[in-house]
Design a protein around this ligand. Structure first.
Ligand code: FAD
Ligand code: DHB
Length: 395
């Protein structure tokens, strides 16, 4: 089998890339290790930056987002029992859209298949070959008993997430990895209840961080900071609600609206960057190259902005015969990636409880929240990062 771009992984990065390439007249084949049903049901992120939502519109995959998603013009930071609003729209002219990642995946898969695009689901034993030549290949099987096949391409896009094989295909001597681990994880729930709040609430309390988010008028998403090695079996539904009530409590008696918990799980928190994001004819995109802690809601959005840069660079190669933008792919992406890493790290440090903090450090953290939310410049710096920074093409 032969194509122009072999895409590994049907997450937001790989699917968006296949649609952006098609829009520019470039062929691709997507190889995905999991089934269509599995990728369309995995619960993950929910905040789309303005640029991500605009791209969904530009690609014509916005109809369900416009129906089921919700634009939010502000968020709240809560600490010392009081809320402070960050008016995103007023400060930046932009909003975020609350729309679940698995719904984005459904829209992108449906759109690509409707174009006649090729997505092979449930492929096995994937490996990358000859990535430092002009004819890189992906070796795979369609199922465990099927013979191996080769997908020959001009370029490989490694959009296979943090645990996929792409990053490891780059020789260790040709990449540098930057890692930061945090002593906490996030316990996330989906609950069947009406929204507790019109806007997201990021709460820093003495008992740890809590976040109120939403999915639809009937389903809500909430998160609690837990220990990094905590086990979901330690968290009964009653304990989760008790902790949410305590961590979100305000002076005037605010409480979350409770309902049956439909799903609960714990995700780890880490910051990670692999540089450069390219080697030979292999380009890493999204979580394959970088991870952020979820506090800044940036993971999905970074995957999408990498895909934009790569699609444009590959399209220019075919159109003008120039690899100038391809050579600068990593530099252009990493400039935005490091700013999102900075923001996610900063939000994590400012909003979570750290057991190693002294009383002095705890007061400094609260003073930082107070400063950031009472200075117009402080509010503006949160707002412009939260709604999404531009891609800087002139790196
Ligand atoms: P992924 O979405 O990981 O997609 C990679 C795809 O590659 C997957 O479908 C995978 O099956 C496939 N793949 C892997 N190996 C192979 C292989 N060998 N061959 C072929 N395909 C392969 N971000 C937030 O902003 N907020 C959140 O609340 C949040 N929650 C998260 C919860 C979890 C459990 C996880 C894992 C991530 C979460 N994230 C969150 C991060 C966000 O979801 C990711 O940043 C985003 O999915 C990145 O998109 P991607 O396309 O780069 O990678
Ligand atoms: C959600 C996830 C985030 O990481 C975040 O910062 C805000 C909201 C969500 O899943 O809704």
């Amino acid at each position: 089998m032969r194509t122009q771009v072999g895409i590994l992984g049907a997450g937001p990065a790989g699917l968006m890339l296949s649609l952006l390439l098609a829009q520019r007249g470039v062929e691709s084949v997507v190889l995905e290790a999991r089934s269509r049903q599995a990728i369309e049901q995995t619960i993950r992120a929910g905040v789309l930056e303005q640029g991500t939502a605009d791209l969904m519109r530009e690609l014509g995959v916005h109809r369900r987002m416009e129906k089921l998603g919700e634009e939010h013009e502000g968020i709240e930071f809560r600490f010392r029992g009081r809320g402070r609003r960050i008016p995103l729209k007023e400060l930046t002219g932009k909003c975020v859209t609350l729309y679940a990642q698995h719904e984005v995946i459904k829209d992108l898969v449906a759109a690509r298949l409707a174009q006649g695009g090729e997505i092979l689901f449930s492929v096995q034993d994937v490996s990358l070959e000859a990535i430092d030549t002009e004819r890189p290949r992906i070796r795979f099987r369609r199922d465990p008993d099927a013979p191996f096949e080769l997908l020959e391409c001009d370029f490989i896009a490694g959009c296979d997430g943090f645990h996929g094989p792409s990053r490891a295909a780059i020789p260790e001597s040709a990449r540098q990895e930057f890692v930061k681990t945090y002593p906490m994880g996030w316990l996330g729930i989906l609950t069947q209840a009406p929204p507790s709040s019109r806007e997201l609430i990021y709460s820093n309390s003495d008992r740890g961080f809590a976040l109120v988010s939403t999915r639809s008028p009937e389903i809500q998403r909430m998160y609690l900071q837990v220990d990094a090695d905590d086990d979901i079996r330690n968290w009964s539904d009653d304990r989760i609600w008790e902790e949410l009530r305590l961590r979100l409590a305000t002076e005037d008696g605010w409480e979350p609206i409770e309902g049956p918990i439909l799903q609960k799980s714990i995700v780890q928190m880490r910051s990670f960057v692999c540089a450069p994001m390219q080697y030979g004819r292999l380009y890493l995109t999204g979580d394959a190259a970088h991870i952020v802690p979820p506090t800044g809601a940036k993971g999905l959005n970074l995957a999408v902005s990498d895909a934009r840069v790569l699609a444009e660079a590959i399209a220019r190669y075919y159109r003008d015969g120039s690899d100038h933008l391809l050579q600068r792919y990593s530099a252009i992406c990493l400039r935005r990636v490091w700013k999102a890493e900075r923001f996610s790290y900063f939000m994590t440090q400012m909003l979570h409880r750290f057991s190693e903090h002294s009383p002095f450090e705890r007061e400094i953290q609260l003073a930082e929240l107070d400063y950031i939310t009472s200075s117009r410049h402080g509010l503006a710096t949160i707002a412009e990062n939260y709604v999404g920074l531009p891609i800087e093409w002139d790196t």
